[in-house]
Design a protein around this ligand. Structure first.
Ligand SMILES: [Zn+2]
Ligand SMILES: [Zn+2]
Ligand SMILES: [Zn+2]
Length: 186
């Protein structure tokens, strides 16, 4: 994975020096940076994959939706709305982004995890998730140093046997510690 720190703040810094680009191309710029070494062919394949995913969920293919999917799928860690907002730049306004995330969560495309500060972050769902039914039954690792959240897909949640009369809605287990990168630089 490329180090995200260099490009994450780029669009905002450029604001004072450059005339803003047309809305649509702002997404293109961010994505080009994120895709890094990906070839044009890879990018087409990724686009097609996201278009298919949206259609499967009976969602209209829009630039904000594609932009969010691209950014999230390129990131190893869960991502918060403010972070997504920074990366998308002026291409997507806050209300639209809020709606995209809410729709994706409802459709079983993204699942929400709260970080140590209580901020909601989002990660891609497993294919087992569908509308109104999430099956992301894995442990989340939260780094206490960088606050990054990782989906530990291989570590499954235990089966919860509730007393009679109780109804289970969701189970979440967070493991907190140092991620490999923070541990290495400690
Ligand atoms: Zn899910
Ligand atoms: Zn860390
Ligand atoms: Zn997860």
């Amino acid at each position: 994975m490329a180090s995200p720190s260099s490009w994450r703040i780029m669009p905002k810094q450029q604001e004072n020096n450059f005339t803003p680009k047309p809305t649509v191309s702002t997404v293109g710029i961010s994505i080009a940076c994120i895709m890094g070494t990906a070839t044009e062919k890879d990018q087409v394949t990724a686009d097609e994959k996201f278009v298919r995913l949206l259609r499967q969920n009976k969602l209209k293919v829009t630039q904000p939706r594609l932009g969010v999917l691209k950014i999230i799928s390129e990131k190893e860690t869960a991502i918060s709305q403010p972070e997504l907002e920074r990366m998308l730049g002026d291409a997507v306004d806050r209300v639209t982004l809020y709606r995209v995330l809410a729709t994706f969560e409802e459709k079983g495309i993204l699942h929400k995890i709260f970080d140590l500060h209580g901020t909601a972050t989002y990660a891609l769902c497993s294919t087992a998730c569908d509308e109104h039914h999430h099956h992301d039954e894995h442990v989340h690792f939260i780094c206490s140093s960088c606050n990054n959240i990782y989906c530990l897909d291989d570590i499954k949640l235990p089966k919860i046997n509730l007393p009679e009369g109780y109804q289970l809605q969701s189970v979440g287990i967070n493991a907190v510690g140092l991620c490999a990168e923070c541990k290495a630089h400690k």
